[in-house]
Each structure stands twice: as C-alpha cells, then as structure tokens.
Ligand binder design. Structure first.
Ligand SMILES: Cc1cc2nc3c(=O)[nH]c(=O)nc-3n(C[C@H](O)[C@H](O)[C@H](O)COP(=O)(O)OP(=O)(O)OC[C@H]3O[C@@H](n4cnc5c(N)ncnc54)[C@H](O)[C@@H]3O)c2cc1C
Length: 459
C-alpha cells in the first residue's frame, strides 16, 4: 500500500467517507480498462464538482500521491490504470449536459457525460456531434477529449480535438483554469489544445465546450465487396482521391467477415476477402451527384459487388455488419491485442499487404478492420492466456507491425493513445529531442509528477 492509513483517514475527512472507496473488492473495478493490464489503486474517490476536483488534486499533491483520472475506463492502452497505485479520481458523477447553445453551435458538458447521450441530446435539437467512437454508448466525453478519440465520422469532420472549443481544467497544483470560449481574452498559447490527447497526464478536465454542426439533411450508405484486402485498400484510396468526400469510409478484412457471418446472421458470399462501407452525408443534390460518382469509382475498382441501401431498413442491415464486429471478434479468442495504427492514406495498400503476411510469418491470427478513410487501421492479434508461446509470437508480431508503421511514416496510434501498452514503442517513433521536449511540457504542467505518472514516456 502506497498511502498510509492515516492519510486515507485525512482524505475521508476532506471528502466525506462515502466518497472515498478503499475496500479491495470494490477497488478491483478501478484497476483495469479495455486492455489486459491491471493495478489496484489505494483509493478511489468521486468528485461531484470542480471545487472537489481541485481539493483532491491539492490533497494528492501535498502528499505526493499519484492521481489517475478515470472516465468510463474503456480506454484501450491502460491510460486509466493506476500503475503506481495511489488515487483513482472517478469523474462519473460529473455527468451533466450543462447547456447547448443552439445559436452559437456549442454544447457545454461535464467530463463524465456519456458521448452517445450528448449526441442524442444534440440530435434532438437538429445538431450533430460527428466524432463517433465505437464506444460512444459507454465512454465519456472527458475520456474522449483526453484521448482525442476518433471514430466513424472523423474522415470528413476530424477527431475529437477538432471539436474542442474551450476547456475548464484543474492544474496539478489545484488551480482552476478556463481556456478558449470560456475566456474573452485572447491567449497566445492554446493550453486547451495541448490537453486534448494528453491522456490525463497534464491536468484534470472538468468542463468542455464542444463544437456542434447542423445535422446533415440526408445520408446514403454503400457496401462494396472485394476479393482481397489489398483490392479494398486501393478502392478506398480511389474513393478519397475522387473528391467525393465520404463522411464514413470503413473497411473489414476477410477474417472479420467470416467471424461476423458466423456469429451475427449476415449474408455475405463465401470467399469475400474484404469490404468497404462508404457513407455520404449532406443535402439532397450533393447526395445524388456524390452517390453516382461513388458508384462509378467503386465499380471501376474491380469489386465482387456494390450495393446501396435504399432505405433506413437496408441501411441498418448494412451497418449490422460493422456493428456486430466487436462482439463477434471477442468470440474468436479471449485475449486480444488491439493496435490502432495510423498510416498516410497512400500507404494503406502497402500496410494491408504487410498485415496479411504478418499472421503467417508469426503463425498467429490477425484480423483487421477500421477507418481506412483516415488511415487508421485496427489490427487485432487474437490469442489466449493459456498459450504463452503464442502470446510471445503475438508480441513479436506487434513489434514487427509498429516498426513497419514507423518506417513508412505512420504513427503508433490513431485514436487509442499511448498509455502503458504502447509506451515501450515511443523510442522507435520519436527521436530523443522530441521526447525531451514533450517531457518538458509534462514538467511545466505537472512539476511534481502527480497526474497519471509514468504514462506515455518510458521512464
Ligand atoms: C468496444 C470498444 C470500442 C472502442 N472504439 C473506439 C473508437 O472507435 N475510437 C476511439 O478513439 N476509441 C475507442 N475505444 C477506446 C475508448 O473508448 C476511448 O479511448 C475513450 O475515449 C475512453 O473514454 P473513457 O471515458 O472510457 O476514458 P478512460 O478509459 O476512463 O480514460 C482514458 C484516459 O483519459 C484520461 N481521462 C479520463 N477522463 C479525464 C478527465 N476528465 N481529465 C483528464 N484526463 C482524463 C484517463 O486518465 C486515461 O488516461 C473503444 C473501446 C472499446 C472498449
């Protein structure tokens, strides 16, 4: 135990005993996220407002106790795992949509708001929040901002960080700072932009001003099937370079298709090696011209077939393929290493060819899918705890993958962040000067290394 019992008593007297959890059976729930990495905190505390957050941060600082912010704990890199023990700061009670300003197209939310609930609330007012992580039904906006989450709409509209108009946050010294639209003074440095994607290592985000756009008038969804993953990758690039401007451009490889066919009652012909789901959104004129252009591009890309959804029912049926993917993959094997690499779009065919060979080279099962429109591919190595030799080969495969991604100009992560899981690979992705510069930013925000210590950069 990192924290002395007397300090826990002090914490309880500051926050009230009900807001401080120290029983190990309850703490277990806060010891992991979406990755198989696990560490039990000394305490979990719940804050209901920014003043309480500031108080907790000051308390952790004065006792030199690590403090790890936690949204829904759905991260995929161990970001909210309290690796060094200490306090988990649970933000789920700060879950109020404070106000949606329909005229200024901005929503003001607390960090614990579930992303999908905010999207629904905005849609009810004719507004749209495009970044849609597949976890939007349970992940929080605070966690999305801290990771700069990506998702289906990012190929057209950008990542979460592109929708942050302002932030309120608590610094590592416990001061409350407001940036962006929260201040009417121009600030030369955009501290809010640095916090988006900082993975809880620089400050605790306590309120977010989120940009909204009007809901698109209509959508059209198209499914194209291909013989090989590389064929689909070339078609994806043709769609992007055609200027049609897809709102969604997703791919799935043949193993994903086989898995979904087996577990989710969808009809896709045997032998299909990959598919693309492409969606356009906008006004009626754009949709009809864009649809024609899209069909033309896809048909010239040597597909097995191309099919458009003619109504909501058919659209739902097409999306069933993609939406059944995560639960279906989970049935292949209990342990999944999910790497969300990102490559320049011109390199998608090359990396797809590399991924196809990687499984046989390392004798492991690799299934891939993702947002081909922005070069963000989810490469999943499927294995089992009970097969240590295979787990070792998977780790070698992950290493091969990251080295190749960096070699061709890509990044270790498109949306999940670095956290603990990808930390060992930072030195192959960034040179020493860059790592030192980034560490200086961390020291400037958090001189005593209290906030999520040890994450992102190897110590
Ligand atoms: C099935 C599934 C599908 C997923 N699909 C996607 C996807 O499509 N796109 C995508 O980007 N991700 C995806 N993810 C990963 C995950 O949902 C995202 O990373 C999400 O943004 C994490 O949000 P959270 O609320 O769960 O944050 P947590 O996991 O609790 O925390 C994530 C990180 O943010 C920090 N943090 C949380 N709240 C705050 C705060 N208020 N202030 C400062 N730091 C904070 C934490 O310390 C941690 O480092 C998926 C995960 C699952 C399980």
């Amino acid at each position: 135990m990192l924290i002395e019992p007397g300090v826990i008593s002090d914490l309880k007297s500051v926050l009230g005993p009900d807001n401080v959890i120290t029983h190990s059976s309850e703490l277990f729930a806060y010891s992991y996220d979406g990755q198989p990495i696990n560490a039990i905190p000394d305490a979990m505390v719940m804050a209901s407002n920014v003043q309480e957050v500031a108080e907790i941060v000051r308390f952790a600082g004065s006792h030199h106790i690590p403090l790890v912010a936690r949204g829904a704990g759905s991260g995929m890199t161990g970001g909210s795992v309290p690796e060094k023990g200490g306090i988990v700061l649970n933000l789920e009670l700060m879950n109020r949509i404070i106000h949606i300003n329909e005229e200024d197209l901005i929503g003001y939310v607390q960090p614990g708001v579930i992303t999908g609930e905010f999207q629904k609330e905005a849609a009810g007012r004719g507004l749209f929040y495009p970044p849609e992580p597949a976890s939007s039904a349970f992940s929080t906006i605070g966690g999305n901002v801290a990771e700069s989450a990506g998702g289906l709409g990012c190929v057209k509209y950008g990542l979460t960080k592109q929708f942050v108009e302002g932030l309120e946050f608590v610094t590592a010294r416990g001061n409350i700072v407001r940036t962006g639209v929260y201040t009417d003074k121009d600030s030369p440095f955009d501290a809010g932009a640095i916090l988006a994607g900082s993975e809880g290592t620089l400050a605790i985000i306590t309120e977010i001003a989120i940009r909204l756009i009007p809901l698109p008038e209509s959508r059209i969804t198209v499914l194209a099937l291909f013989r090989t993953l590389v064929d689909a990758a070339h078609a994806s690039n043709s769609v992007l370079s055609s200027g049609v401007g897809p709102a969604v451009l997703e791919f799935m490889d043949g193993k994903c298709i086989d898995t979904v066919r087996e577990y989710a009652d969808v009809e896709i012909p045997e032998g299909t090696g990959a598919l693309l789901i492409v969606e356009l959104d906008g006004d009626g004129d754009y949709i009809s011209a864009g649809h024609e252009l899209l069909l033309d591009v896809l048909k010239r890309s040597d597909p097995i077939s191309v099919k458009s959804a003619r109504n909501d029912e058919e659209r739902k049926e097409l999306w069933k393929l993609r939406k059944s993917l995560s639960p279906s993959i989970g049935k292949i094997a209990p342990l999944k290493f999910n790497e969300d690499i990102c490559v320049p779009i011109s390199k998608i065919p090359d990396i797809c060819a590399f991924i196809e060979d990687l499984g046989s080279k390392r004798d492991v099962m690799v299934v891939s899918f993702g947002h081909s429109g922005d070069g963000n591919l989810h490469v999943n190595f499927m294995t089992h705890w009970k097969k240590p030799d295979e787990v070792e080969r998977v780790k070698q495969g992950v290493d091969d993958l990251f080295r190749e991604v960096v070699r061709i100009g890509g990044t270790l992560s498109g949306e999940h962040g670095i956290g603990i899981a990808k930390r060992p690979f930072i030195p192959i992705a960034l040179d020493e000067a860059t790592i030192e510069f980034e560490k200086k930013i961390k020291r400037a925000f958090d001189p005593d290394n209290i906030l999520n210590p040890g994450k992102i950069f190897p110590e």
